[in-house]
Design a binder for this molecule. Structure first.
Ligand SMILES: C[S@@+](CC[C@H](N)C(=O)[O-])C[C@H]1O[C@@H](n2cnc3c(N)ncnc32)[C@H](O)[C@@H]1O
Length: 226
């Protein structure tokens, strides 16, 4: 997808200062609830090492602290986004990297999370293979991403909302408006072209559960490595 000739990490760095505020405004505060639900559904299991990929400004990383892991890694290629995450969760180890080549050892991680990040990956299947490589056997990968609801009326409503999203984002610079245009267009593009469950299964992951929120406009995919 086009992002006005800048790389995606550069685009995210351009909106880093406003990212949290706009997310809360555009989702009517629901994004906090979704992240809380996402982490709650992962509780009840012990994880020594957790890696949050596409960690952004760290709003999931904060929630993940509830799982009391011994070690947290936060990975993202956008330096400025990560700088905000560092302020929120200084106890984590921060790595500037894309998901396509993760500088962690084979079989060294118990849980990988990705929240609203997977649709930005440059190479999705390469990234999912990396997840498989670094996960311990029995380890989980859990991904939350926007999707298009199956029922046509809900789908229509969600598409309308996405079209309104950019005007809703208010007084932003042209650069920032373009970024939010990309963010809403990439939701539709990704959902139409990609079946996340199939990509995970192709790399050897086994389904634990798929959970739909908001009438199917947000989906949590949880899989494990045998
Ligand atoms: C919409 S933000 C989501 C941030 C955070 N997880 C959240 O819940 O708010 C998407 C993030 O994906 C990151 N990203 C872009 N390209 C990436 C890649 N190839 N691999 C991993 N992350 C990437 C961006 O830098 C950005 O921080």
């Amino acid at each position: 997808m086009k992002t006005d000739k800048i790389t995606l990490p550069e685009m995210f760095d351009n909106i880093a200062d406003n990212y949290d505020r706009l997310n809360h405004r555009l989702s009517f505060g629901l994004d906090k609830k979704w992240r809380r639900k996402f982490v709650n559904h992962l509780s009840g299991k012990e994880y020594k090492t957790i890696v949050d990929i596409a960690c952004g400004t760290g709003d999931v990383l904060i929630e993940l602290q509830k799982l009391n892991a011994e070690k947290y890694y936060a990975i993202d290629p956008a330096e400025k986004m990560l700088a905000y995450a560092k302020q929120k969760c200084p106890n984590s180890e921060f790595v500037i990297s894309g998901a396509e080549e993760i500088p962690l050892a084979d079989n060294s991680v118990d849980l990988i999370t990705v929240v609203f990040g997977i649709r930005n990956f440059e190479d999705l299947s390469k990234s999912i293979k990396e997840f498989y490589r670094i996960l311990n056997s029995g380890g989980n990968v859990s991904i939350m991403e926007f999707s298009l609801p199956d029922f046509f009326l809900f789908r229509w409503g969600f598409l309308l909302y996405l079209k309104l999203l950019v005007p809703l984002s208010g007084r932003l610079s042209k650069e920032q408006k373009n970024a939010y245009k990309y963010l809403s267009a990439s939701i539709v593009d990704f959902a139409r072209k990609t079946n996340v469950a199939v990509v995970l299964e192709k790399s050897g992951f086994i389904k634990t559960k798929i959970h739909k929120l908001m009438l199917g406009s947000v989906v949590i995919y949880t899989f494990y490595k045998e």
